[in-house]
Design a protein around this ligand. Structure first.
Ligand code: NAD
Length: 418
């Protein structure tokens, strides 16, 4: 496939490139591959919401359930202007493979509403969230489909979802994960994705026999994932030299004090403007010289056009699908290793699994127990993937997809789906 053709791939077609490549290596049955090309169910809903100015706004929302062979569907809800059906479908596919890679008893799903929560009042987001649950509630269930937060949603959104679901179906805290701790959320869920990312970075230093104290890191995105990655990576000993969010970026080659950034963020609502640091654009940030580049915001930010200018020694995919297939090929050709999203950012869904099990058992684990169990699983999966790269001579993304596709295909066959 030429670069021009690859650039035209939709998000779901891009994810499928990894699945097809794995299926060819593993000689997966064509019937299984056919089943995995599309979603098991896609709900597309028109969601009318009366805005604060009394005008009616009709939002479009989705819940996509990709494959449930390994257990109930699991995946976040994204509130973002670009959250169209194909992006949500691609993210649902990634969840199938991410849950399988972590050996969690879940299938893959994702939801989204095309909206810009940063331009809506809190009451508007509350009304939208409740209306969304009214439209997709019939496909959810504690043993059917369990949403969680993603871009543009958070613990408060999950609290509203749980409440809206409960009004119709009865009190069911396990219907969503990533809830506030006061409503049955798990300790450690807020930091879990970033903790998983930082743990993969630390284990990668073990793998490449380097020391975090000698390594410089650039992170794009300072939301849930980016900010926790920065805090925990900083604690581990990495030097964070670049950060950004939607309003802009900052760069200081001598290192950025993350606690001071958090103080600045609390006042300014952005990392932009923090000192001492130089301002940089998001495009410049991705091209800064560093050891590890961690995209932790949007998808497809590294592509054929900018891949040649990436100066990082390795790219750690904290966001979902931050590299297009042609961007990935260009980085591979330059010998820049990429640690894949389905491994790197799986800490979130892993602690979501802990939250779901705690809700079912009506029991609470301590933060120390959650973090210790997460650490064990992330480290084991990291080394399983890297071990597979050595055994098969594959790259980390291929190894991660091979492990997960084997598990998903086995469950599909055992269930008798094909
Ligand atoms: P979030 O909404 O908390 O934060 C998103 C961040 O990206 C914010 O700092 C925002 O300012 C920044 N951003 C938005 N648009 C941008 C742009 N155009 N340029 C630069 N920065 C921009 O979202 P999150 O939960 O941190 O999710 C970030 C990524 O991680 C997404 O790809 C998401 O799918 C993935 N992810 C999240 C979780 C989770 O538990 N939250 C789990 C796995 C993967």
């Amino acid at each position: 496939m030429t670069t021009v053709e690859a650039a035209k791939l939709s998000p779901s077609e891009s994810v499928l490139q990894s699945v097809y490549a794995s299926a060819a290596r593993l000689k997966t049955s064509p019937e299984v591959v056919d089943l995995l090309k599309t979603s098991w169910r896609e709900v597309r809903a028109q969601i009318p919401v009366r805005m604060d100015n009394r005008k009616l706004h009709i939002f479009e929302g989705y819940r996509v359930q990709h494959n449930g062979a390994r257990g109930p569907y699991k995946g976040g809800i994204r509130f973002h202007p670009l959250a169209d059906i194909d992006e949500v479908r691609a993210l649902a596919m990634l969840m199938t493979y991410k849950c399988a890679l972590m050996d969690l008893p879940f299938g893959g799903a994702k939801g989204g509403v095309m909206c810009d929560p940063s331009r809506m009042s809190e009451t508007e987001v509350n009304r939208l969230t409740r209306a969304y649950v009214q439209h997709i509630g019939m496909v959810l269930g504690i043993n059917r489909d369990i949403p969680a937060p993603d871009m543009g949603t958070n613990a408060q959104t999950m609290a509203w979802m749980m409440d809206a679901y409960g009004q119709r179906y009865g009190y069911t805290p396990g219907i969503v994960t990533g809830k506030p701790v006061e409503l049955g959320g798990s300790y450690g869920r807020d930091q879990a994705t970033g903790r998983g990312v930082a743990t993969c970075m630390r284990e990668y230093t073990v793998h490449e026999k380097t020391n975090p104290r000698d390594l410089k890191v650039v992170i794009q995105g300072y939301g849930n994932v980016g900010s926790w990655t920065a805090r925990i990576a900083h604690q581990i000993g990495f030097t964070i030299i670049g950060l950004s969010d939607i309003k802009g970026g900052i760069y200081n080659p001598d290192g950025i004090d993350i606690a001071a950034v958090d103080k600045h963020f609390a006042v300014a609502g952005s990392v932009a403007g923090f000192e001492p640091a130089e301002p940089v654009t998001n495009e410049q940030l991705l091209e800064l010289p560093c050891d590890y580049l961690v995209p932790a915001a949007l998808g497809e930010v590294i592509h054929a056009e900018n891949a040649a200018r990436i100066k990082a020694r390795a790219v750690i995919e904290a966001a979902n699908h931050p590299i297009t297939p042609d961007g990935d090929a260009a980085l591979n050709a330059r010998g820049i290793p990429v640690l894949p999203d389905i491994m790197v950012n799986a800490g979130g869904v892993t602690v979501s699994y802990f939250e779901w099990t705690q809700n079912i058992q009506q029991f609470r684990w301590s933060l120390e127990e959650v973090n210790a169990e997460l650490e064990k699983r992330v480290v084991a999966t990291f080394h399983e993937v890297m071990g597979r790269t050595v055994r098969d001579g594959t790259l980390p993304r291929a190894a991660a997809f091979d492990i997960s596709l084997e598990r998903v295909a086995k469950a599909i066959t055992l269930r008798g789906f094909v």
